[in-house]
Design a protein around this ligand. Structure first.
Ligand code: AMP
Ligand code: MG
Length: 424
């Protein structure tokens, strides 16, 4: 077939060996027309075997990576009794009127002297509390003159962080599977970890199909639209901490799509194909996947948007075909692909779901699919947004969540408590 040829899907089936053709026809009848529920799709995806691999990397490169082992502290935190204030260290049993300042203890310096009766040591925040002292009086409550300190008031707090009060040697500080956010990076550094064991970032291949799609930056000729899916998918993949290893944009050509998918399957752990999965004459992706030996686990989900989503595996590699409308692509990634991608990195992803009250009625005509609708949640109220359907990517701009409407439900009335899946 020449480059740019646009065969019909049936012509494509006709070119397959006869057993493949039968297979194709049977699957078209028995699989493609069967929608599985959102829950069943998630279960099927959740059962797919994945083998996260480990690597050790410098802590400075570990942001948003997933920990591959529990982190056990070897040290106490703080490692010594530490002053929490700038002030004077003394013994709380000492009722003297005046205290001789015997030493000045900056942070990082080991005290040389022991504090006795009628004595104190000037100490800075972070300084090591000297022997003989069990409290630090804040500087604001004291006056010092000629090396003698007098108390002006009472300080109720001892102002000492005691050795090991935060963490003791042997404490499990972070759990395997945790995402290393800035705060976990700080925790690891506080324990002296220079390197950290994390899971390898899966390699993802992206293929955007469609003879009408044009790369941003190019001129938009009549009948064409910009390819937004390559970029939104790429950003979603990278937002999870995975790596986009290959990106391809292809026309609706069996040869081009087949070549792109075959190459991505060789090089990547997960392949995402946008467009070409619906019922149109030029929607070749499911047949091509089958022809490449990908075992399709489902080809329809009872969800709106996202119904023609295709999911399959081949020799440990995973493939999704997602409908090309940009909101469909985005939502299918959020709901179905993200949990698997995180699992490939050893992390059990749980979406943030909030319950809040809808500000107006939401009604729909058909109920055979679950729906995910862009909304804006603020202070316990869920507002619907102008939304023209799955091509309307601009509706996602003001959205910070997706309202979940279960299958079989016509909608909600204003004031009903609803479930919203938060978008980051
Ligand atoms: P398809 O799933 O191929 O039937 O495409 C459904 C709709 O999504 C069509 O209007 C396409 O033009 C549009 N579409 C497909 N791919 C993309 C893309 N990469 N970026 C933006 N829109 C797309
Ligand atoms: Mg298309």
């Amino acid at each position: 077939m020449r480059k740019g040829d646009l065969p019909r899907a049936n012509d494509f089936a006709a070119r397959l060996p006869s057993h493949d053709r039968t297979d194709t026809i049977i699957k078209r009848i028995f699989v493609r027309e069967t929608m599985i529920t959102v829950e069943a799709a998630l279960r099927t995806i959740g059962k797919t075997a994945v083998k996260p691999r480990r690597e050790t990397i410098p802590l400075g490169l570990a942001l948003y990576r997933v920990l591959a082992q529990d982190v056990v502290s070897k040290i106490s935190m703080p490692p010594f009794h530490k002053s929490a204030m700038d002030g004077y260290a003394l013994n709380s049993g000492d009722a003297s009127d005046a205290f001789r300042v015997i030493e000045m203890i900056p942070a990082g310096v080991v005290p040389k002297k022991s504090v006795g009766r009628g004595q104190c040591a000037k100490i800075m925040t972070g300084g090591m509390v000297p022997r003989g002292a069990d409290r630090v009086v804040r500087r604001e409550l004291t006056v010092e003159e000629n090396g003698i300190m007098r108390l002006l008031g009472r300080d109720d707090s001892p102002n000492i962080c005691r050795r090991g009060e935060d963490v003791k040697p042997g404490d499990i500080v972070l759990l395997r599977g945790s995402i290393l956010r800035p705060q976990e990076i700080g925790i690891l550094a506080s324990l002296g970890a220079a390197r950290v064991d994390v899971y390898v970032r899966p390699a993802v291949g992206l293929i955007a199909t469609g003879s009408e799609i044009v790369a941003p930056g190019r001129r938009l000729s009549a009948g064409r639209i910009y390819d937004s899916n390559s970029f939104s998918l790429s950003a979603q993949v990278e937002g999870c901490g995975a790596v986009v290893k290959s990106r391809r944009r292809t026309a609706d050509s069996v040869t081009a799509i087949r070549r792109a998918i075959a190459s991505a399957l060789e090089r990547c752990d997960l392949v995402l194909v946008s467009g070409g999965v619906s019922a149109g004459d030029l929607d070749f992706v499911p047949a091509i996947l089958r022809d490449l030996g990908v075992g399709l686990r489902f080809e329809r989900i009872a969800v709106q948007p996202g119904k023609p989503t295709v999911f399959g595996t081949r020799r440990g590699k995973v493939v999704f075909g997602v409908p090309g409308n940009p909101v469909s692509t985005f939502v299918v990634f959020e709901v179905f692909i993200k949990p698997l991608l995180f699992r490939m990195m050893g992390h059990d992803y749980q979406p943030m779901i909030v319950r809040a009250a809808l500000t107006e009625d939401f009604l729909r005509k058909r109920t055979e699919r679950a729906a995910l609708v862009p909304v804006h949640v603020h202070e316990g109220a869920v507002a619907l947004l102008e939304y023209h359907g799955s091509a309307h990517i601009h509706a996602l701009g003001p959205a910070n969540g997706l309202l979940y409407v279960p299958r079989g439900l016509k909608g909600y009335a204003a004031g009903d408590e609803v479930h919203v899946r938060l978008l980051s």
